[in-house]
Ligand binder design. Structure first.
Ligand code: PNS
Length: 165
């Protein structure tokens, strides 16, 4: 069984992330969304809120993936989480050239740390390539409509957001 870890902050999860989940699940038998608990960052959504939001969003958007997509919190190195989870691959989404430099650096560093764990990239669908969690949070904070950017479970958690209902 081929397992992959999709690590990230997911603060909040967007339709861009969900697109990557779907496509990763077409390639891997098991996909684990690893949600970073980062004591150095102050996320808008706490870790329990993010876990619940992601679980609900995946279940609502891709019900057919039930049992093959897991959602877990992690702290520390992504490669250590991969090893503990028995996963040989890291999945990341690439939206634009601007993502490339950071992702290249992370992929090489992770491979240096753990040659047994490789990184696989999915080009986020054009339709979602403009999306970012930071922009979603900014729009929501000004009362903007984020209903086409994040799933309902995430929109419900964003203070001030209109949900596009
Ligand atoms: O969604 P993000 O914030 O772009 O995700 C970044 C993430 C979580 C993938 C990255 O910060 C990470 O892997 N952090 C865990 C610590 C780690 O392994 N650092 C070395 C990576 S080169």
């Amino acid at each position: 069984m081929k397992s992959a870890v999709y690590p990230g902050s997911f603060d909040p999860i967007t339709y861009g992330h969900l697109d990557v989940v779907r496509r990763a699940a077409d390639v891997f038998d098991r996909v684990i969304l690893a949600v970073l608990v980062n004591p150095r960052k102050t996320p808008l959504l706490g870790i329990e809120e993010r876990l619940e939001t992601i679980r609900r969003s995946v279940a609502e958007t891709w019900p057919e993936l039930a049992g093959r997509v897991e959602v877990e919190a992690f702290d520390g190195l992504t490669v250590e989480f991969c090893r503990a989870a028995g996963a040989g691959f890291i999945v990341r989404g690439l939206r634009a050239i601007s993502d490339f430099e950071t992702e290249l650096q992370m992929a090489h560093t992770n491979r240096k740390l753990a040659p047994d764990v490789d990184t696989v990239f999915f080009m986020t669908s054009l339709e979602h390539s403009y999306l970012s969690s930071s922009l979603v949070k900014e729009i929501a904070s000004f009362g903007g409509d984020v209903g086409r950017m994040v799933p309902p479970a995430a929109a419900a958690r964003l203070p001030g957001a209109k949900r596009g209902l």
